[in-house]
Design a protein around this ligand. Structure first.
Ligand SMILES: NC(=O)c1ccc[n+]([C@@H]2O[C@H](COP(=O)([O-])OP(=O)(O)OC[C@H]3O[C@@H](n4cnc5c(N)ncnc54)[C@H](OP(=O)(O)O)[C@@H]3O)[C@@H](O)[C@H]2O)c1
Length: 311
């Protein structure tokens, strides 16, 4: 990877409509700038109205007012928010060419979402799962759409796969496991879930023209982990000299969004613009299928009236 990444401004995404989460900071922010410079229209899904408005204004300024940027407000830990934002997107956006699930976080101390689910899992896996499911019909109707999810090399921490007997991380966040870095393992499980979800989604989408991809951005200097107190901030600061810039971290994401489909493998896990082999746990088809079922239960997709179940 080059140390200096300059996104070129070739209009490879002219007129494409891209829904992106986590664009108000870090990798997503760098990606949003690169995507509009390539001619994409953006639908930003953000939890902060003011940050979304600031980003929208900045993207407008950068393109002399040419960029079309729509803002949708949702905290990705809230299933109600996601359902509301998805309904608004479906109402306002007739065609979606790319969905980029990039928002992500890590909770060092255990916290439950308003739906009673552990927060790292809720934001990093269930949020993308629900948003994708709700937008899927529109993606399929749009033709050769793509779903891109930001995973991490950190998925390798979850060597034993997803612990389906501890879906709310009770064991990881208590006792010795907590002291030994249970929160990191929880993050690893959520990033493993991104890969398993992508692989299972690709299998289910086979023949629809829509493809699914995920990637590892590398170690990137962003605001990641900054809310987790002094020690986490210190760790991130120590790693900064070895980290990539957000622009470098966004490079594979942008490449996945703009490259010819002939270069890409649906279900693939990428890093540095190359197909990679993820961990053994990430290649477990039975695990991916079970994760899908559990995720449907955790998001109420089976129970909700009018919600399409992906077969
Ligand atoms: N940085 C790394 O070294 C690294 C390495 C591997 C993978 N990743 C992955 O890269 C992705 C982007 O992270 P980043 O490094 O760019 O971190 P970041 O600078 O902290 O950006 C995270 C983005 O996600 C949004 N977000 C977090 N929680 C949210 C929630 N509950 N609802 C809605 N949006 C939420 C943030 O919104 P606000 O602006 O409102 O906070 C922000 O836009 C994550 O999925 C992360 O797991 C990062």
């Amino acid at each position: 990877m080059n140390n200096t990444v300059r996104f070129n401004n070739s209009r490879t995404l002219e007129g494409k409509y891209i829904v992106i989460t986590g664009a108000t900071s870090g990798i997503g922010y760098a990606a949003a700038k690169a995507l509009v410079l390539r001619g994409a229209k953006l639908g930003i899904v953000a939890r902060s109205r003011s940050k979304a408005a600031e980003l929208s204004a900045e993207l407008g300024k950068m393109t002399n007012g040419e960029a079309q940027v729509d803002c949708f407000i949702a905290d990705m830990s809230s299933q109600q928010d996601i359902r509301r934002a998805a309904a608004e997107i479906l109402n306002r956006v007739p065609r979606i060419d790319r969905l980029i699930n990039n928002a992500g976080t890590m909770f060092v101390k255990k916290k439950l979402s308003e739906d009673g689910l552990e927060m790292t899992w809720a934001v990093n896996h269930l949020g993308p799962f629900l948003l994708t499911s709700l937008l899927l019909d529109r993606l399929i109707a749009s033709g050769d759409a793509r779903i891109i999810t930001t995973s991490s090399h950190g998925h390798k921490m979850a060597r034993r796969g997803i612990d389906f007997n501890d879906m709310n991380g009770d064991r990881l966040y208590s006792g010795l496991k907590a002291l030994l870095g249970g929160a990191n393992l929880r993050y690893g499980q959520s990033k493993l879930a991104n890969i398993l979800f992508t692989a299972e989604l690709a299998r289910r989408l086979n023949g629809t023209g829509v493809t699914a991809h995920c990637f590892d951005p590398g170690l990137v200097a962003t605001n990641f982990n900054q809310d987790n107190g002094g020690l986490a901030r210190l760790t991130m600061a120590c790693m900064k000299p070895f980290s990539r810039t957000p622009e470098q971290g966004a490079q594979t994401l942008v490449w996945l969004a703009e490259s010819s489909e002939l270069l890409l493998k649906s279900g693939g896990y990428y890093a540095d613009m190359k197909l990679q082999t993820p961990s053994n746990a990430a290649r477990d088809e039975a695990g991916a299928s079970r994760l899908w079922q559990v995720s449907e239960e955790q998001t109420g997709l089976l129970a909700g009236p009018g919600l399409r179940r992906i077969q």
